[in-house]
Design a protein around this ligand. Structure first.
Ligand SMILES: Cc1cc2nc3c(=O)[nH]c(=O)nc-3n(C[C@H](O)[C@H](O)[C@H](O)COP(=O)(O)OP(=O)(O)OC[C@H]3O[C@@H](n4cnc5c(N)ncnc54)[C@H](O)[C@@H]3O)c2cc1C
Length: 438
């Protein structure tokens, strides 16, 4: 697949691996943040003689069952190992525990698993809140609560916003003159510890085997790793035949022809399921699977060889009329990615409307505006989750120092809510500062 800019026609030529060639004046690229499966770099992974697959390529022919949750009856005589205990594994393990003869859950770091408690929406309550604009208010309130904004109330009241609700309550207990950055940080640390203690106590109250319960407890700040919410994950470890194999933060030693080895012990398996997640922050071309050729033949992969360069995460100089619909270099990764996508869509729609209404054929960010945006991004920490001192995971680049390219995977220095406010003003001013219409 390829996208090539045709300057004479002011059009993109899009070729697919099926032999298609489309032309389009404007292109939105929404190839996703987490859609390329990642396998763990365990020695010997190619040697396994049993059956194996990644969770994103679930093989119901092998397991039986279906996506609606029907029992995977073909696993009844199988010894299955699942590698990883992140957000995907937490959803798979309860189903596997019901179905497998033996299930081995290989854990590097436990997820924090809080109550989910999904319930039907009360129509009376909903009719009370559903005044015009309610959805936008909810979106903004969630982000303000969850991504370090300054919400005064919590409309959402879910597990994600619980932490900020607690912090706010603690801060409000302080006399105004004592609301210093130091005391705010202390309120955050106290709330986080309190919250994580509850999550750890929940493990004890559910998991019967003491040793297993101890191993399932997360000893880090809640937003170090992607928080999970599930009402049957921990219970699965009470199922006969389900075994937690904790690797003490080290991961597996190796994969063999017959199974996997942890701390020198081999676990013989019929099937290995890799719940090892998705690529985050790898080179754009690698994840999207195609390159863009912009004005004067410049390749996007070359232009971004030392990291992403955009204005607002949307526009790239030299690549007119193409819009990237994604969070990085805008509000950055928040827990409600569709909020990022909706805002990007609004921005793009207004620009395209402006171009069409005024007979412009091209929309392009200036080099100077792009540079100034990058400079602004680099003035802040730009991230609301993950930290180098957290346990390794995709939130913090697996605990490694960010390289020159990764240092540009940031968002607005003042945070997500500030970015959304800023971009609303930018697009509605009618000026589209830094972007040229020709
Ligand atoms: C385990 C897990 C948990 C998550 N939890 C959350 C969460 O709690 N909140 C949240 O907001 N987000 C979460 N996400 C992120 C989630 O992926 C995004 O929120 C959302 O799916 C992004 O939508 P998107 O349309 O940008 O990308 P996607 O839904 O990934 O869609 C991108 C599409 O582009 C297609 N594509 C890519 N390259 C090409 C190509 N070359 N040609 C043709 N098609 C292509 C892909 O196949 C895919 O269909 C989670 C993701 C995972 C994996």
């Amino acid at each position: 697949m390829s996208l090539d800019w045709d300057e004479a026609q002011s059009r993109w030529i899009i070729r697919t691996n099926r032999g298609d060639a489309f032309t389009a004046q404007f292109v939105g690229i929404g190839t996703g943040p987490l859609h390329v499966p990642k396998l763990p770099g365990i020695p010997g992974i190619e040697r396994f003689m049993g059956y194996s697959f990644h969770t994103s390529r679930w093989d119901y022919d092998y397991t039986g069952g279906d996506p609606s949750g029907l029992l995977m009856e073909k696993l009844a005589d199988k010894r299955v190992g699942i590698i990883g205990t992140g957000a995907t594994s937490v959803q798979c393990v309860p189903h596997l525990a019901r179905a497998c003869k033996e299930l081995y859950v290989f854990q590097r770091t436990p997820s924090s698993v809080d109550v989910r408690a999904n319930a039907p929406i009360d129509p009376d309550w909903f009719s009370g809140i559903a005044t015009p604009g309610w959805q936008q208010r909810w979106l903004e309130n969630f982000t303000a609560n969850q991504a370090g904004g300054s919400a005064n109330e919590d409309l959402v009241q879910d597990g994600w916003t619980d932490l900020s609700r607690r912090i706010r309550e603690k801060v409000l207990l302080l006399p105004r003159e004592q609301r210093t950055p130091q005391n705010m940080l202390a309120a955050f640390e106290d709330s986080d510890f309190e919250k994580m203690e509850e999550i750890r106590a929940r493990v004890d109250s559910i998991v019967e085997d003491r040793e297993t319960a101890a191993r399932l407890k997360a000893w880090y700040r809640q937003l170090c790793k992607r928080p999970c919410f599930h009402d049957t994950y921990l219970q699965a470890f009470n199922t006969a035949g389900t075994h937690l194999v904790d690797t003490d933060g080290k991961g597996l030693d190796e994969v063999t022809e017959r199974g996997v080895v942890v701390a020198g012990k081999e676990y013989v398996l019929d099937c290995i399921i890799y719940a090892s997640g998705f690529e985050v922050g790898t080179a754009y071309k690698r994840r999207a699977g195609f390159d863009l050729t912009g004005r004067d033949g410049i390749k996007l992969s070359d232009y971004w060889s030392e990291g992403m360069r955009t204005k607002h995460g949307i526009h790239v100089h030299g690549f007119p009329n193409v819009f990237f619909v994604q969070p990085t270099q805008g509000a950055n990764l928040i827990s409600n990615v569709p909020h990022n996508l909706t805002e990007a869509a609004r921005t793009i729609a207004l620009m395209v409307r402006h171009a069409r209404a005024n007979g412009f054929r091209q929309i392009e960010v200036t080099k100077d505006a792009e540079e100034r945006w990058i400079e602004l991004l680099l003035t802040g920490a730009g991230r609301m989750i993950g930290s180098p001192d957290c346990t390794p995971g995709y939130y913090n680049n697996e605990g490694r120092e960010p390289g020159p390219a990764a240092r540009l995977n940031v968002g607005h220095p003042a945070g997500a809510s500030a970015y959304f406010k800023y971009i609303d003003g930018w697009r509605n001013s009618g000026q589209f500062e830094g972007v040229q219409f020709r």
